[in-house]
Write a new protein. Structure first.
Length: 293
């Protein structure tokens, strides 16, 4: 056994779907002794050939290592899997996609069963895991001591960020970023729909759209600064009143092109509510407050 092998922390992984398998292979490639469990045992066979130890039960898998990482289908799968396992003295990290409140509830139950708990939000798809330079990232929240203990091991599959003792914060960061992504995809869909029936090559249009979105992204810093100091007139270039007036052109164009405006109108309606409140000289940051009420 080499010194390098001795330094590698053993761990257990529950769940061998596409993401779980990618995580497993990253830890195995880095030399970590790995115990795996999956409801369907056949998924574990390729990993056994690569050096993983396969546990027959969750209880056996959890008992094999101090650190257990969970990457299952959903919350119900996590609850079922952990039933009957002895969590006393264990460090539990749940990477299953979930909600902030669900993560907080699981943290309380883990603590009641003698375990330290941390939740994780994976900002990546399986091919990005373990791939240098891919941008794969995982948010972690919950026990700071757990994170400090296992930081190096957790950093093997993807870059890590610890975002707070509140176990729900990792999921909240994850969902907030994914929600912003969905909004961006909605705008992209509308833009392509506008040109869909015209003699405009979507492949040629794509770089223009991508560059425009990149140029607009620094606005998130202005919104953040306005939310922090409460001055929504700060650094306003295009006021709310101007943008509401401009919305009419967007809607007319959609109608002329035979394109539904249903992806745009909810946001526009919020802007009109702000304008009706006499806030035309502000930016659109006030929409955040309307949504958060």
């Amino acid at each position: 056994m080499t010194d390098n092998t001795v330094e590698k922390q053993p761990l257990t992984l529950l769940g061998l779907g596409a993401m779980g398998t990618a995580l497993a292979r990253a830890w195995l490639a880095a030399g970590h002794p790995l115990t795996v469990w999956n409801r369907s045992p056949e998924r574990a066979r390729p990993l056994a050939a690569e050096g993983a130890s396969v546990a027959g039960t969750v209880a056996e898998a959890v008992a094999a290592s101090r650190l257990t990482v969970i990457c299952l289908l959903d919350d119900a799968s996590v609850d079922e899997a952990l039933t009957g396992a002895d969590l006393t003295g264990k460090d539990l990290v749940d990477l299953t996609t979930s909600t902030p409140d669900r993560a907080r509830a699981l943290a309380v139950r883990a603590d009641g069963r003698g375990a330290r708990f941390m939740d994780g939000g994976i900002m990546a798809v399986p091919p990005m895991i373990g791939a240098p330079g891919s941008g794969a990232h995982v948010f972690y929240s919950g026990s700071r001591a757990l994170f400090d203990t296992h930081r190096d091991t957790l950093a093997v599959p993807a870059a890590t960020s610890y975002v707070g003792e509140d176990a729900g914060f990792a999921a909240l960061h994850d969902v907030a970023l994914l929600s912003a992504m969905d909004g961006m995809f909605a705008g992209i869909s509308h833009a392509f729909a506008l040109i869909r029936k015209e003699d405009i090559d979507p492949v040629a249009f794509a770089p223009l759209l991508a560059d425009w979105l990149v140029a607009m992204t620094p606005s998130v810093h202005t919104v953040a600064a306005q939310l922090a100091d409460g001055d929504y007139t700060r650094e306003v270039v295009s006021s709310l009143a101007m943008q509401v007036a401009g919305n009419a052109t967007l809607l007319r164009t959609a109608e002329e092109q035979g394109v539904s405006a249903e992806l745009l109108t909810p946001y526009m309606a919020l802007m009109e509510r702000l304008l009706a409140d006499g806030r035309g000289d502000e930016s659109t940051t006030g929409v955040v407050d309307l949504l958060a009420r």
